[in-house]
Design a binder for this molecule. Structure first.
Ligand code: PGA
Length: 247
């Protein structure tokens, strides 16, 4: 039985006030679900030092380089030292606004998947144009194979995949549970061609305008193991409700 995971991606939003609000809302909470808060880097130390046990902390991206003259970048080693538990990789905003290619995303995940502290969350998803031209399965297969072809099967148990259709991100237009389940089942089938155990155990999250009205139905789908939440993760009570619905 896969334990559900709800991750809140603050993107370039948030404040010390929001850090405080999350820490106090989750204090003493006994949710039956894994929760990860993913703030901008600068808030990570504050969140980690004040957070209750109820949630872990992640970052939104890490470099494929270990250290050196790479202005503006943050390395896996630093994330490990700061006790960060998760990192997103290949979010569609990184792919689109920062020109991250499948190859680069793959290099980043190859590094992180070896870490015993930082669990990589690989984000994949098609654009509206790709869906409308019937390319969604091809695109997702390409994005996932770029990573799975380059990592060893034994490492796959520490990978999480997030399916985030680009047309559903920040648009208020959630994929229907059927649309999401169809792609999640396809992803699990793809993972199965690498490893039966990994396919059984891997958590596949759905992301794209998730809110508390739709969450329960999404979480009831056979292959949806949680959510990657953007906008709604900035509202403490709304996010908490989504976590409760997963538990
Ligand atoms: P959204 O963002 O929930 O605001 O659509 C999801 C994401 O980009 O991770």
């Amino acid at each position: 039985m896969r334990r559900k995971l709800v991750a809140g991606n603050w993107k370039m939003n948030g404040s010390l006030g929001l850090v405080e609000a999350f820490c106090s809302r989750f204090q003493g909470s006994k949710l039956n679900v894994d929760v990860v808060i993913i703030p901008p880097y600068l808030y990570v130390p504050e969140l980690i030092s004040k957070k209750p046990e109820a949630f872990g902390v992640g970052v939104q991206n890490l470099s494929e380089k270990l250290a050196g003259a790479y202005t503006g970048e943050v390395s896996l080693v630093m994330a490990e030292e700061m006790r960060v538990g998760f990192s997103l990789f290949g979010h569609s905003e990184r792919r689109q606004a920062f020109f991250e290619t499948d190859q680069l995303v793959s290099e980043k995940v190859q590094l992180a998947i070896k870490s015993s502290n930082v669990t990589p969350i690989l984000c994949v998803g098609e654009t509206l144009e790709e869906r409308e031209s019937g390319q969604e399965f091809l695109v997702i297969e390409r994005q996932i194979k770029a990573v799975l072809d380059c990592v060893s099967v034994e490492d796959l148990d520490s990978l999480i995949i997030a399916y985030e259709p680009v047309w559903a991100i920040g648009t208020g237009k959630t994929a229907t549970p059927d649309q999401a389940q169809e792609i999640h089942a396809f992803i699990r089938e793809l993972v199965l061609s690498y490893s039966v155990t990994a396919a059984d155990d891997m958590r596949i999250l759905y992301g794209g305008s998730v809110n508390s009205l739709i969450a329960k139905e999404l979480f009831s789908c056979a292959d949806i193991d949680g959510a990657l939440v953007g906008g709604a993760s900035l509202k403490v009570d709304e996010f908490y409700k989504i976590c409760e619905l997963a538990g």
